[in-house]
Design a protein around this ligand. Sequence first.
Ligand SMILES: Nc1nc2c(c(=O)[nH]1)N[C@H]1C(S)=C(S)[C@@H](COP(=O)(O)OP(=O)(O)OC[C@H]3O[C@@H](n4cnc5c(=O)[nH]c(N)nc54)[C@H](O)[C@@H]3O)O[C@H]1N2
Ligand SMILES: Nc1nc2c(c(=O)[nH]1)N[C@H]1C(S)=C(S)[C@@H](COP(=O)(O)OP(=O)(O)OC[C@H]3O[C@@H](n4cnc5c(=O)[nH]c(N)nc54)[C@H](O)[C@@H]3O)O[C@H]1N2
Ligand code: SF4
Ligand SMILES: [Mo]
Length: 703
Amino acid sequence: MRDAFSFCRICSGLCGVRVTIDDDGRVAKVRGDKGHPITEGYACIKGLNADVEGTRLLHPLKRMPDGSFERIGVEQALDEIAEKLAAIIARDGPDAIATYRGTANFNNQSAFQMLPTWMQALGSASFFSSLTIDQSAKVVSMERLGIWAAGRPAFEGSDVWMLIGANPLVANSLSLGGFPGNPLKTLKSAKDQGLKLIVIDPRRTETAEFADIHLQPIPGQDVAIASGLLRIILTEGWHDAAFCARYANGLDALIAAVAPYTPELVEARAGISAHQLREAAEAFARNASRGIVRTGTGPDFSPHSNLSEHLYEAINVVCGRYLREGEPVWNHGALSPERHPRAEVIPPKRSWETSRRTRVGGYGMLVGEQMTGALVEEILEPGPGRIAALFVAGGNLVPALPDPARTLAAFASLDLMVTIDPVMTATARASHYVFAPLGQYERADITRDAHAFKRPFAQYTPALTEPPQGSELVEDWYPFWALAKRLGLSMTYSGVPLDMDAPPETETLLEILTRDAKIPLSELRRHPLGKIYDFPARQVLPPRPEATGRFEVAPPDVVAEIAEVLAEATAPGFSHLMVSRRMRETMNSALTDLPAVRQRHRYNPAFLHPDDLAELALAEGDEVEIASAHGTIIGVAAADARLRRGVLSMSHGWGRVIPEPGSDPRADGTSVAPLVSGTHEREPINAMPRFSAIPVNIRKAKA
Ligand SMILES: Nc1nc2c(c(=O)[nH]1)N[C@H]1C(S)=C(S)[C@@H](COP(=O)(O)OP(=O)(O)OC[C@H]3O[C@@H](n4cnc5c(=O)[nH]c(N)nc54)[C@H](O)[C@@H]3O)O[C@H]1N2
Ligand SMILES: Nc1nc2c(c(=O)[nH]1)N[C@H]1C(S)=C(S)[C@@H](COP(=O)(O)OP(=O)(O)OC[C@H]3O[C@@H](n4cnc5c(=O)[nH]c(N)nc54)[C@H](O)[C@@H]3O)O[C@H]1N2
Ligand code: SF4
Ligand SMILES: [Mo]
């Protein structure tokens, strides 16, 4: 037995861990590392158990004509795949080959960079990721509003924090305004120092329990809420007029556009009292000076998400809640190249207006990616330019996309589908080839700069163990390099040409990724627990004379959509609205079969307020039929008194995606994906499906 240090890469929390490895080289125990400078021993049930008791694929598999899977060697599989790719490229061109990056690829730095490298080598623009079925509304908003170059204030040191549809005490999502380190401890200590927490969520979440003000609205009404908040702030003069005069265009147009959203209208739409709305606006804009509005998935899954994001971020803009000239910036990164923060606006880019358009839906691109919400039609629609081959790297698209029957039909029509996943997921089962990746403690990695931390932090982990004997696992980046080699392509990885004769070492790829970093990899390797780098703060510098960019708080398309929402009526004929929620024990569709998880949950309940259950004559444990305009599912009812009445709350990622006769929601859970339309109710610009605030009817299921 021996212990080694590493960090968990299941979610983006970056928890430092101490891993016990037994004499056979297997992971015997994972503990939170008490000596870790950031997370100080915190780790969750996922990190503690996944690598100890999880089962996984140990070899590549190939699908046979009868649908069964047989073992195949890695190099043999790659030969066959390369041959098919060459034929597709010759017939249709490289854009016919698509790659999708799922959540697991984000926490694997060497593999993360290999995907754009692969697409570039191929010459294919068909790159997709989970970003565009998640919170790409934030990207749309940044590209319409503009970006503050010096960044936002950190959580620690703020006197107010407004969280909209985010539950960081469960999701631990650092990029969403979460609480870095040990989330609960960080939140409590900030509150002890006087932080006011405002939460806007239809559910009194674990995070909302700590809120000074919790607004519990009707889901899907964030445009009204954000407009109402802006209206109060701007009419009361609680905004930062000097900052707006210097840095923002369109303030008068914004004032006019939100004028109809009186507290009374917001109350009628969102079901939160005029008094509460004012209290929240006052606590944020009048009584506090440091701290921001941050949104999670809630508003970004609901209708008009691009507009909601724009309006919530506009609150930060009009209140000037950014790192301002002369302020110290403590965390300017350890792994990013040296950069001097400036008090400047990076002007709106609107890349979707100038980039290439997709063949079917006419969608432009965002951050160099195509829209995952439109992937299925790009496969299904025949004609030149159709996607014929799909690589899925660390994702599970079948439950993640709307309408799984349509997704599966599209996948069945592909000439070639390849998935890299340790689990035989619904997506893997739809694939021709499946590669099994190394486990997280079998590969070297580095953290990414987490700007949520107060100070620059970085950690390197070597591979702690060898793969199990007799297994044939791949580094997540390897199949792409090996296919490029077979196709005779050259690869440039983060600016560095790769040798295409012999595969690189992962360590070499990490060296490339950190070659311009402030802290070289050799230094990282000397601190196995990770290290906080106490660089001196950088002052935010004055703007450069040529930096004339300004925020656009009310561009015409935004103003038009505000008016459109004002004229909208609620969908008739539905009694409840279904919202999303994350579960502490699972990571999207992953880990639902882990024994430690199964001990606590065998399925994902259909949560309703106890009074709603009573009104529907339902008892906890009853099977319920949940019907949207697009599909019907069977769930298992459970009571949650923290919900607003009229709201049904369920996690995604559970259940068999196409319920077969005799499938048991109590044994497998329920997939919510059939409730979501793959073709309707998508957002303009990013084709984002409606994963939350879905109108549904609920009744007891027939036996
Ligand atoms: N209805 C509904 N749909 C949703 C959502 C919702 O809330 N409701 N949420 C949306 C959001 S926010 C997201 S991000 C997407 C998620 O969409 P995806 O990223 O496509 O789905 P995940 O379930 O996160 O898939 C992660 C996969 O990675 C695998 N994996 C784990 N470790 C590794 C590894 O080391 N290497 C590799 N190669 N694979 C690994 C897991 O087994 C799992 O199959 O779904 C979206 N879809
Ligand atoms: N344990 C765990 N952690 C995870 C994940 C996981 O599956 N499990 N997934 C990871 C991923 S991929 C992501 S994207 C992040 C997501 O991180 P979060 O966005 O923080 O996810 P949730 O905890 O679901 O919080 C979303 C909240 O939005 C509320 N909500 C729903 N609809 C609306 C609405 O219309 N308006 C408002 N204002 N609120 C609404 C819901 O009630 C819910 O409390 O979590 C990441 N972390
Ligand atoms: S919160 Fe849990 S899953 Fe996420 S990094 Fe920490 S231990 Fe891993
Ligand atoms: Mo996500």
